[in-house]
Design a protein around this ligand. Structure first.
Ligand SMILES: *[C@@H]1O[C@H](CO)[C@@H](O)[C@H](O)[C@H]1NC(C)=O
Ligand SMILES: *[C@@H]1O[C@H](CO)[C@@H](O)[C@H](O)[C@H]1NC(C)=O
Ligand SMILES: *[C@@H]1O[C@H](CO)[C@@H](O)[C@H](O)[C@H]1NC(C)=O
Length: 448
């Protein structure tokens, strides 16, 4: 060990060298994007239409417990519609987070690429760094989104053929409650018609605080708020009448008006409660994601990530939001049901979310047409604690379905309770911890 003074001198010298030897931009680039925070691979995955592509960032597992060839691969999709997957990467579950200064990064101790390869895609086309060749190319429905996701995966597998055989899991949150069932069902349907060498090895899907069956979910806000004490009985009735309007318009398939009506429910709820955000009733301020945009719009960050320098990164794209507006109230429950019959499904919600929370998910789950539903509803809801003994939430599972309620979290579960989120995803994928005991033979270890 060097004596303290010598160490201090070395540190000062090391800090001074780049300033003296290199132009300021190079010094900034190194500080802005430390090498260890770089994706293993990133760039663009070609998809139809011609000349379109989706931006991706892939991080290999840092401490896998499985051999490389069978280490699971997770794709994370952000919500919106139109919010960038890089919010997930740099604010929720990636290996590094952007600090509030918008300039520097910190290691995330609860990264989802500890045990698994982790892939972020800016989806749908038009989102984040995935600029659309023309506005007309932005998807307006889930069939196109699903086809794009499959095409992007096939492009990724062409880029690195060793990835294809690894167990693949589709994950995401919020509006990904649409994308994940749509893409998952599409992948399994496509697999049936593809030779084995061209299939996607889909082993399960996970949805956090998802919007999946809006006609049922939109009817739950008044109850959630009333039973939390956030509105009184008269305000509850007012919200119920706004909700009924959204339900009627949905049943009448007046998709744009129905989506507007849902917007009115949420705006009124926001107004009545005075909350900083409906995404988390315990927060005094909204999720502080702005720094991610400051960071990603630096030329050094774009170039380090292999993103197009001419694309201004937006956290959520208004153009995509507008293109998908008529999709908002449409259901993907048939796709979710088909996944329950063919693969494993994890639904998890942060308990403090008033938009797509626990009650909202249970409302559509209660109506699914799936043989396992009764057994699932009769299954015990177990108290779940993290390894250090903290209350993490509740786990209920039976057959293909696991439902997890995450304590101490709102809409962005991995951002609010990283430890619980990491234990949950690792346990569910590998069939260990709260997902191991009963032994449905449904973890990767037993299935692989
Ligand atoms: C494809 O996109 C790139 C990048 O935007 C552009 O430079 C190129 O001209 C486009 N090619 C065609 C055939 O549209
Ligand atoms: C989805 O959008 C595409 C492109 O606009 C269209 O061709 C297709 O018919 C739509 N699918 C559904 C189910 O609406
Ligand atoms: C709710 O809406 C009313 C009427 O537009 C407005 O005066 C009030 O400031 C709003 N309250 C909050 C908390 O946003």
């Amino acid at each position: 060990m060097a004596p303290p003074l010598a160490r201090l001198v070395l540190v000062v010298l090391a800090a001074a060298v780049p300033l003296l030897a290199a132009p300021a931009a190079a010094a900034t680039a190194a500080t802005v994007f430390p090498k260890e925070a770089l994706p293993t691979k990133s760039g663009y995955l070609p998809i139809p239409p011609a000349n379109a592509s989706l931006f991706f960032a892939f991080y290999e597992a840092t401490d896998p417990v499985t051999p490389p060839a069978s280490t699971p691969l997770l794709l994370w999709l952000q919500g919106g519609p139109g919010c960038s997957g890089l919010v997930g990467n740099f604010f929720e579950l990636g290996p590094y987070f952007v600090n509030p200064d918008g300039e520097t990064l910190s290691r995330n101790p609860f990264a989802w690429n500890r045990r698994f390869g982790l892939l972020f895609i800016d989806n749908p086309l038009g989102t984040g760094f995935s600029a659309a060749p023309s506005p007309a190319d932005i998807p307006t429905n889930q069939s196109v989104v699903a086809a794009h996701i499959l095409a992007a995966l096939q492009s990724l597998y062409s880029l690195d053929p060793t990835l294809r055989a690894r167990p693949f899991f589709l994950t995401g949150e919020s509006y990904a409650g649409k994308y994940v069932p749509a893409a998952g069902a599409h992948i399994l349907d496509a697999n049936a018609a593809l030779p084995e060498a061209q299939r996607v090895n889909l082993r399960g899907v996970a949805i956090g605080n998802g919007l999946t069956h809006p006609v049922a979910q939109v009817a739950t806000h008044a109850d959630s708020a009333y039973f939390l004490g956030l509105v009184n009985a008269r305000q509850k009735r007012e919200l119920e009448s706004l909700q009924s309007e959204a339900v009627s318009l949905t049943l009448a398939e007046r998709w744009v008006a129905a989506s507007d009506a849902r917007g009115k429910v949420l705006a009124r709820l926001q107004n009545l409660t005075g909350l900083a955000t409906l995404y988390d009733y315990a927060k005094q301020r909204d999720y502080a994601t702005d720094a991610v945009g400051v960071f990603l719009n630096r030329a050094e960050s774009k170039s380090a990530l292999g993103a197009r320098g001419d694309v201004a990164w937006e956290e959520c794209s208004d153009a995509v939001g507008a293109a998908m507006h008529g999709d908002v109230m449409r259901s993907v429950v048939p796709q979710a049901e088909s996944l329950l019959r063919r693969t494993r499904v994890l639904l998890y919600q942060g308990v403090r979310d008033l938009r797509d929370g626990v009650v909202s998910t249970e409302a559509w789950l209660a109506g699914v047409r799936w043989d396992g539903l009764r057994a699932f509803q009769d299954a015990q809801r177990a108290v779940w604690r993290t390894g250090d003994g903290e209350l993490a939430g509740y786990v209920q599972r039976s057959g293909a379905l696991a439902h997890v309620v995450v304590y101490g979290a709102g809409h962005l579960v991995p951002a609010d309770n990283g430890r619980a989120a990491q234990e949950m995803i690792e346990g569910w994928v590998l069939g260990t911890g709260p997902f191991g005991r009963v032994g449905h033979g449904d973890g990767v270890r037993s299935a692989a």
